[in-house]
Write a protein of this length. Structure first.
Length: 322
């Protein structure tokens, strides 16, 4: 089991134990109001004593919200929102909002900024790409629609099977072939953008993460892509391009519908994730749904927005690589 999964499992176990031990047993506070700093301190002491003797536990933030303290806990590198009563008697690892906020509207701009984050061989990401392609064709030059890539660090067995570098900073879920293809697609976008979506489509249809390193050149040449330029880019610009992708995915984005997504804001870690004018889209995945969402972000929607893309929605599916 890889390290990331172990951390998640351990954190889930810890949270589960907190439900049992803290909700019913408390953690040693008197039933009088106490300062939030004291709640934070005692929470950390209790968790470390009972559950995480050798791991890192800290309260990153504590604020008053709806009559209780809201704590942002970091347990072994993972963040969790938890809540404590102001008298310090009970700690709850989760709260359910009985008055959930309405889904956010996308900010309206003259030319919507649209980013689809994927892994180049995640099947769910590939399906989302296929759904987005008719929208790209329809709204060409009307919206700025881009493909971006999710990069992990310290993934699985690391270098050379999953990571580009021996420090294991640049890795991909489906192996080094996927990471190489992420880089090539970034290079094609940079130097021959007019060939980009055709290249992605052909790669999706004719290759996989295991054979793409052997097959991509023939596909590129057939599309009129300068293979030597892409190779040069892959050799000389890979780290810079990947750093730009990491910067985009590590940002925190508001979520369109927090109730559907399970959080109000988050960074990008799952393929596919669609971001429209800075907000994570949480609706259905189909060409028509993508079109409607993007068109809702125009200040003045173009006439193309009236085109029905329902016929392109046969691959509508859920699922995420994460």
């Amino acid at each position: 089991m890889n390290k990331n999964i172990v951390i998640i499992v351990e954190a889930i176990i810890i949270i589960g134990l907190l439900v049992t031990n803290l909700v019913f047993g408390g953690f040693g506070f008197k039933k009088t109001g106490i300062p939030k700093e004291e709640v934070a301190k005692k929470t950390v002491e209790y968790i470390k004593k009972k559950f995480v003797q050798n791991g890192e536990v800290k309260v990153k933030d504590i604020t008053e919200e709806s009559g209780v303290y809201k704590l942002v806990l970091e347990i072994q590198g993972r963040e969790f929102d938890s809540y404590a009563t102001k008298d310090g008697q009970y700690l709850f690892p989760q709260a359910f909002n009985l008055n959930p906020p309405k889904p956010k509207e996308f900010p309206k701009t003259e030319k919507p900024d649209v980013k689809l984050f994927v892994m180049s061989f995640c099947p769910f990401g590939n399906q989302a790409e296929e759904m987005l392609m008719p929208v790209v064709d329809l709204l060409k030059d009307k919206a700025d629609i881009q493909l971006h890539y999710i990069i992990y660090s310290n993934y699985a067995s690391g270098y050379p099977d999953y990571c580009l570098d021996k420090e294991n900073k640049y890795c991909s879920m489906h192996g080094i072939g996927e990471l190489n293809q992420d880089i090539r697609e970034l290079c094609v976008w940079k130097y021959q953008r007019d060939k980009f979506w055709d290249f992605v489509k052909e790669i999706n249809e004719k290759t996989n993460a295991q054979n793409v390193d052997q097959k991509w050149e023939a596909i590129a040449k057939n599309l009129g892509i300068n293979v030597e330029k892409i190779k040069e880019c892959q050799t000389n610009e890979a780290y810079n391009l990947l750093d730009q992708e990491i910067a985009l995915t590590s940002k925190t984005y508001p979520v369109q519908d927090p109730e559907a997504f399970g959080t109000d804001k988050t960074s990008i870690s799952g393929s596919p994730t669609l971001v429209i004018n800075g907000i994570i889209y949480t609706g259905n995945r189909s060409a028509e749904d993508f079109k409607k969402a993007i068109c809702s972000a125009f200040k003045n929607p173009p006439s193309e927005c009236k085109t029905d893309l329902s016929a392109n929605s046969s691959q509508n599916t859920g699922g995420v690589c994460k």
